[in-house]
Design a protein around this ligand. Sequence first.
Ligand SMILES: Cc1cc2nc3c(=O)[nH]c(=O)nc-3n(C[C@H](O)[C@H](O)[C@H](O)COP(=O)(O)OP(=O)(O)OC[C@H]3O[C@@H](n4cnc5c(N)ncnc54)[C@H](O)[C@@H]3O)c2cc1C
Ligand SMILES: NC(=O)c1ccc[n+]([C@@H]2O[C@H](COP(=O)([O-])OP(=O)(O)OC[C@H]3O[C@@H](n4cnc5c(N)ncnc54)[C@H](OP(=O)(O)O)[C@@H]3O)[C@@H](O)[C@H]2O)c1
Ligand code: HEM
Length: 480
Amino acid sequence: MSADRQGDVSKEAKQESVLLRPLGTAAAPGQELVCVFGTGDMGRSLGLRLLQSGYAVVYGSRRPHSCGPLPQGAQATGHEEAARSAALVFICVHREHYDFLETLAPQLKKKVLVDVSNNLKKNLYPEANAEYLQRLIPGAHVVKAFNTLSAWALQNGPSDANRQVYLCGNSDEGKQAVAEVATKLGFTVLDKGSLSAARELEDFPLQLFPEWRMPLRVAVGLTASFFFYLLIRDIIYAYVDQGKDVSFRIMVSLANKVFPIVSLIMLSLCYVPGVIAAFLQLYRGTKYRRFPDWLDRWMLCRKQLGLVALAFAFLHVLYTLIIPIRYYVRFRLSASTISQIKENRTSVFDTTLAWRADSYYSMGILGFGLFLLLGITSLPSVSNALSWREFSFVQSKLGYLTVFFCTFHTYLYGWDRFLQPYGYKWYTPPAYLLSLVVPSLLIVLKLLLLLPCVNRSLMRIRQGWERNDAEDGSARVLLT
Ligand SMILES: Cc1cc2nc3c(=O)[nH]c(=O)nc-3n(C[C@H](O)[C@H](O)[C@H](O)COP(=O)(O)OP(=O)(O)OC[C@H]3O[C@@H](n4cnc5c(N)ncnc54)[C@H](O)[C@@H]3O)c2cc1C
Ligand SMILES: NC(=O)c1ccc[n+]([C@@H]2O[C@H](COP(=O)([O-])OP(=O)(O)OC[C@H]3O[C@@H](n4cnc5c(N)ncnc54)[C@H](OP(=O)(O)O)[C@@H]3O)[C@@H](O)[C@H]2O)c1
Ligand code: HEM
């Protein structure tokens, strides 16, 4: 480099906080030099974390002298020179621009290339980006990694949510080198195997809450259905039949019916697939046959179903807490007191009513307490501290107890109301009765499974026993 050129460069470096030194002096003795292609968001964030973790960083850029502010301490140069200087190169360039890399094949031979790229849509290209990169530079060790982290997460360092770096590649040596860097950067590494897993890793950031989709759809469907059902029964019926406008009840009364009803049904739906699976296993006489796909999918989203149900229960509890301060409730209370004074009468204490109210509150509180416990044990930090047996005791045994308390809470709340003809407005049953169908059915089926003779068969099947053909016919007859 000429003296003039060096002067220009140092001016630019100062201006853009890019430290430009001859490449030979880029890394201090003992400091490992890593190359990053691309000075965009990902390249800059990665470079910053690498520098903070003790690496020396050299950027390979189309415009090394005008590529914008780079992390302090990093160097920038042309692709060719940068590629030659380090054994590990991060390719922080979009796949659409990879063709220029083909011309660098000689310089990138035997180097570890880290493909961090993602696509905008699934199946945009016939092959994964990393496989394409490997095809362009067959002599390099391509490793797919870091693509599941955002530039933002990288810049801020590993947090609880973003601690994992997934990687895959055909070269063990390459994967080892990338794993070492990721570990030094403070991430935990999960090896997903050969480069053929790259497609899966590239699809990963494109997924938007896949396990939450079904539970959220169920929640929205149930909420909308019960909302309209209750709107017709509680608001429109009062208007049509008695000419009364009680539309204000939509905000609290209706909400405080819809939320617990949806919560109770969704809570039960977490446990229904386990019961169906048990009956299927009993019917088939083996646990070694696959469940139907719909049952598999249902089983896999039970955690999300449960957490959404918990959120709805939480809303119910919050709405219940404000009942005493509602204008409508305070008005009704004072109106009833004043009318009793005027008529000089005192209402008689009803012990049955007191028992009923206290019991359903108590069941509700116990149910909600256990519900919270299920939610807490589903947190990874808590579930990791539990053995499989402890986790399944809480989720399965205490889970059923939760279903029982919440169902009993609703039965006690309804008490004998289902016998009163006024409850069947326009011949429709009260909503709480509808909410009891799934949990009641679940409890009955679970009790059937707990019968000693049935339970014994189920346990044997789950321990690996299989019914042979001779027994098959008679056992099926027993179960049908
Ligand atoms: C707030 C909340 C949070 C939740 N969080 C989670 C969560 O973090 N993770 C989660 O998975 N679920 C979660 N759930 C859902 C639910 O609690 C669990 O899925 C629960 O384990 C279901 O229990 P189960 O008895 O129906 O079924 P399972 O526990 O699946 O099984 C029933 C019985 O069969 C046995 N069994 C099952 N399959 C086999 C087999 N192949 N071989 C041998 N034995 C078998 C089990 O040991 C168990 O005794 C949550 C629910 C709620 C409400
Ligand atoms: N941003 C994120 O949060 C994130 C997260 C995970 C993965 N990724 C992946 O990381 C890669 C880079 O993303 P980014 O957000 O950093 O993009 P970006 O901000 O657009 O930067 C891309 C860089 O690529 C270089 N480049 C652009 N056109 C080029 C061309 N024709 N030839 C050669 N180089 C070219 C440029 O650097 P020079 O001008 O210095 O050459 C540019 O700054 C992408 O594959 C993306 O999928 C990004
Ligand atoms: C702290 C815990 C709880 C308290 C204090 C509580 C209290 C109440 C109250 C006051 C009502 C009557 C509401 C009304 O008048 O409209 C009610 C109804 C109901 N509760 Fe709870 N509850 C609790 C927890 C739960 C839980 C965890 C569930 C189920 C998941 C649940 C399910 C129901 C159902 C289905 C109804 C009937 C709704 C209707 O149709 O009116 N409750 N509860």
